[in-house]
Design a protein around this ligand. Sequence first.
Ligand SMILES: Cc1cc2nc3c(=O)[nH]c(=O)nc-3n(C[C@H](O)[C@H](O)[C@H](O)COP(=O)(O)OP(=O)(O)OC[C@H]3O[C@@H](n4cnc5c(N)ncnc54)[C@H](O)[C@@H]3O)c2cc1C
Ligand code: FES
Ligand code: FES
Length: 1340
Amino acid sequence: MVGDDLVFAVNGERFEVLSVNPSTTLLEFLRSNTRFKSVKLSCGEGGCGACIVILSKYDPVLDQVEEYSINSCLTLLCSINGCSITTSDGLGNTEKGFHPIHKRFAGFHASQCGFCTPGMCISLYSALSKAHNSKNSQSSPDYLTALEAEKSIAGNLCRCTGYRPIADACKSFAADVDIEDLGFNSFWRKGESREEMFKKLPPYNPDKDLVTFPDFLKEKIKCQQNVLDQTRYHWSTPVSVAELQEILATTNPGKDRGLIKLVVGNTGTGYYKEEKQYGRYIDISHIPEMSMIKKDDRGIEIGAVVTISKVIDALMEENTSAYVFKKIGVHMEKVANHFIRNSGSIGGNLVMAQSKSFPSDITTLLLAADASVYMINAGRHEKLRMGEYLVSPPILDTKTVLLKVHIPSWIASSTTGLLFETYRAALRPIGSALPYINAAFLAVVSQDASSRGIIVDKCRLAFGSFGGYHSIRAREVEDFLTGKILSHSVLYEAVRLLKGIIVPSIDTSYPEYKKSLAVGFLFDFLYPLIESGSWDSKRKHIDGHVDPTVCLPLLSSAQQVFESKEYHPVGEAIIKFGAEMQASGEAVYVDDIPSLPHCLHGAFIYSTKPLAWIKSVGFGGNVTPIGVLAVITFKDIPQVGQNIGYISMFGTGLLFADEVTISAGQIIALVVADTQKHADMAANLAVVEYDSRYIGTPVLSVEDAVKRSSLFEVPPEYYPEPVGDISKGMAEADRKIRSVELRLGSQYFFYMETQTALALPDEDNCLVVYSSTQSPEYTQSVIATCLGIPAHNVRVITRRIGGGFGGKAIKSMPVATACALAAKKMQHPVRIYVNRKTDMVMAGGRHPMKITYSVGFRSDGKLTALALNMLIDAGCDVDVSLVMPQNIMNSLRKYEWGALSFDIKVCKTNLPSRTSLRAPGEVQGSYIAESIIENVASSLNMDVDVVRRINLHTYESLSKFYKQVAGEPDEYTLPLLWDKLEISADFRRRVESVKEFNRCNIWRKRGISRVPIIHQVVHRPTPGKVSILNDGSVAVEVAGIEVGQGLWTKVQQMVAYGLGMIKCDGSEDLLERTRLLQTDTLSMAQSSYTAGSTTSENCCEAVRLCCGILVERLKPTMNQILENARSVTWDMLIQQAYAQSVDLSARTFYKPESSSAEYLNYGVGASEVEVDLVTGRTEIIRSDIIYDCGKSLNPAVDLGQIEGAFVQGIGFFMYEEYTTNENGLVKEEGTWDYKIPTIDTIPKQFNVQILNSGHHKNRILSSKASGEPPLLVAASVHCATRSAIREARKQYLSWNCDNGDRTDVSDIGFELPVPAIMPVVKQLCGLESVEKYLEWKTYP
Ligand SMILES: Cc1cc2nc3c(=O)[nH]c(=O)nc-3n(C[C@H](O)[C@H](O)[C@H](O)COP(=O)(O)OP(=O)(O)OC[C@H]3O[C@@H](n4cnc5c(N)ncnc54)[C@H](O)[C@@H]3O)c2cc1C
Ligand code: FES
Ligand code: FES
């Protein structure tokens, strides 16, 4: 059939693409062929939401437009033919005005680095548009509920904000929200009436603010079929099953249908990362027979290409047999995230599950509901029941097409009960995480007349995603239960049988946990029937522990911040500089800088061996992959240069492995190709030949490092000092705990923007390098040294970065250097945008460590001595690892240990080189202290909160442990914060109610914990430059990088304050007239790096000094004008100063006094959690934080830092596993297996208070740091979890049957590993708790 051109609209503009590789994604097209850069690439696998757009489709028959969000990183360009795409910059922008969503995100301080923000805005927009359209179609109320608003961003990741402000911005659009419940914002101030508050919100008018479908596209659709020219696009769009069969008949049989690929949403490539090139794609989504949904008395029939979202809508509709359907629909709302559900089809899911063992939820649900599938192959129709379908040969290897699914109706008779439940245990409760296991159970039950018990007449028990080949039915258990009267012993037998059936394959992680979940789910399904002796379709679960139908409660929060006018506008909650632009997506990050023609792209080849000779680097079959132009190794470094990839205060490291690789993940080479996709594909295909002979065995553990004396030497000035006499301290102890071992693992940054750089060769051997770095000056040095050129030949420019968290302090340098080297060699612009997997492999992350300690204490809980041995795994390279001993000790000293001694070794291993990650060392030190205190309290059987309080420092002991850094007595606010939090968090009363809760509940336990923190920071020398231009506007350069921490905003405020000291008319507008410029190493020498939480303060002080100079220079002019005028305006003053040739540009170099450069930060946090003993899931019910910010320079910014750091800490303590295999290669590859917190895993109630602690004479306008310290407070969540587990263990032991071989919870003192993920928590609560409970009930 003759087809059309590929035509679509982006933000109302027409795009016509005359030919394109059919594997091109919408994201690739938008980012490289349009000016709309708000779609960001972060994961490339459908798991983060940075790339999402609104897709609008026009139906000419109904004259209706349908719109929903989709991801653009998996959607194929050809599949959007005839559609209209809207991006965040299409909703609104600087030119046409921002959309109310952008304005509210800015005003609620919901954007920090801004990389996630456009995607967040699209998610919210999509929810608003859905609410609006549902009104039009079904006359339901035209509003978004607060719950919908909150859930709208459930699939979007943000690593900076901690989600609370984003949730508030979203809820501000909800009609049922109590506006007073919304968090801190810049629209209104506390105390204003509700009406006033509403009035001040940027108004939203759905009729005006929703996008419209372009007319030109409507016309095209009306007169043409939506079919592309097959020969040009290699893309077929059959419009009937017969046509599809015809196309398939002409293709060669064989594996994978030869080079043909059927496609619907293409979301499957998010999991399988298909890199195969297909000759033709067949888009089956336009076939009406496969897109229908039909309902009748017998059930519901759903076409295979129907999207999961539409399946959910259909299942949730009211209907007599809706009970089973609704439960399936509710479960399906947790499949993936909203944008994957909007484009992924039910058929795609079933095919992936059947042919590729994808761990599907949907097959489990359909198996339990006895669904059938209909298929066609070469005209032959086949119907299979789900169980048969799953075990038949993989249909992807044949020409079989899945046509539709049929789910039968299930209706109970008048004498029987119909029960249907579904289960899912995943790290995130409302989706965006594959489950550890899922289950769906259907049972028909009746009452046994004689015993009054419940008989199981029939049941179907399905389990999936547990590491088997596909979802299965537990038939033996079904047979066993059928006809039985339910009792404790029957259930006990059933779960024992079940354990033999759930057999995860050998390579499955947490197999025993998965078995225990299966048991727990079955127990939850049947046990209430035994207890109550009746059935009820709205029945209760055991203690209500896992009820997927229950909506999550809304988040609630309170923030108390203190704004001060003393240094106006410093101290005020000014909106972040450029926040609206970040929301619209116009803010430019490195990868948004338009490519010059012939720009090349690089991708890294990294080592997979810990220690080996590198014999060769090449490609399979010696065939150079398509698009590859060069493979750059150490041999390409100029003779005058050096093989250097980074520089830190402790030394330098290699750019490329030379003849030998010293760790998995080490860079071996850079592939340079014509596109990023080709470079990435080639790097994947690279074959590195290693030789491990004659090189020795790698050091793969800290113990081995010590044995082999493989240590980095810590310079004496970086080695902390012990306190007191340890022997004396130990002698004073009544009790001792000796040689306890603790281990802490790593954490990955998960900045939303991965490492990236762009290098442009310039005249005379110069280079301009745009780098997403926290250390431009060091980057410049490394590039110059590597290339053997003077530093002044290298201009490194950084405007903003999409999150850094320490990961772009050192680890960004090799990326920029390799990019510069490639640009120099190829004499072409080169850019590198490291893909997520490679970034995770190369990044290093937090330092793992092993700690052994002995602690002495008195019977009243007073500590007398602590002796520690620590082995820190620095990996293969020194990086900044030598700061670790000091950082660890600085925060660990928060308690009065009596005497403190330690031996800390920084081990050199053949593992990935570790680096700084937000609060490096400090978070571990603070946690180690808590862990010790927990053990002390446990061994004394004392309330741990009391032990903490007893051992908090007095000012005297603080001075002993921190010496001069302790500051003045009135600056030591920790005891004050401790007491304040007790009241504000209602701590005492809640401790009692937690006890009561634990008494009354068997399958849920709560814990509450309060934790103090001390965090030491240091000011660093920092330059700054302020220039007043001839129109009175102000240009400011600082050394610090805007990483999302609000540095620019604070500096802008400081400039307005500093120049405002001239006190002329119009100086109050200085805030708006001040612009911060990108950091440029040739303009701002000695820019050093951005790290350690004080860069904002340092930069503020540098510009304050500049402003002081300028004010002094302006004063004579001002006085002259005032001689003849009664007042003077800023513009007049500047004009006059220009006329008088006053130098209006000032540069300073702020050098802090060494005696007061270091200071302490204090905070206290309390968290309450609830642990589900069946699944091991921990829910954070509430967290309260009080943090001493001194006089905050900008309370909105500091609040954001506190919340964001705390949530990142939750990630470290509770969720984020970052592990390596036996060779030291990082195992986690992206969003599928690395789970940072999401909106559904943050505290349900989150209260933050910023203490305004008044005057601090050595601080910059009395301010203090906020970037890193609050991360430490997240230990309160971990400690609360430990406390809940302790209760669970006590209960387990109280089920007093013979312990047998179940020794898993035999003692009350235990270590809770970090991160305390669900399997870990469940194991500590007892993997066999259900069996044990049933045993106890059966044989009391
Ligand atoms: C980030 C993410 C999270 C996810 N989370 C979950 C989850 O929690 N639980 C869960 O169950 N699933 C999950 N999924 C899987 C998701 O449901 C599937 O990716 C989606 O349903 C596939 O549909 P699609 O239309 O995009 O298929 P496509 O990607 O277009 O196709 C998938 C495969 O099936 C073939 N195919 C498609 N339709 C047919 C047909 N009718 N006949 C024959 N072959 C066909 C294609 O050729 C291809 O090989 C997740 C996916 C992503 C990307
Ligand atoms: S980049 Fe597309 S979802 Fe992450
Ligand atoms: S603001 Fe969300 S990732 Fe940075």
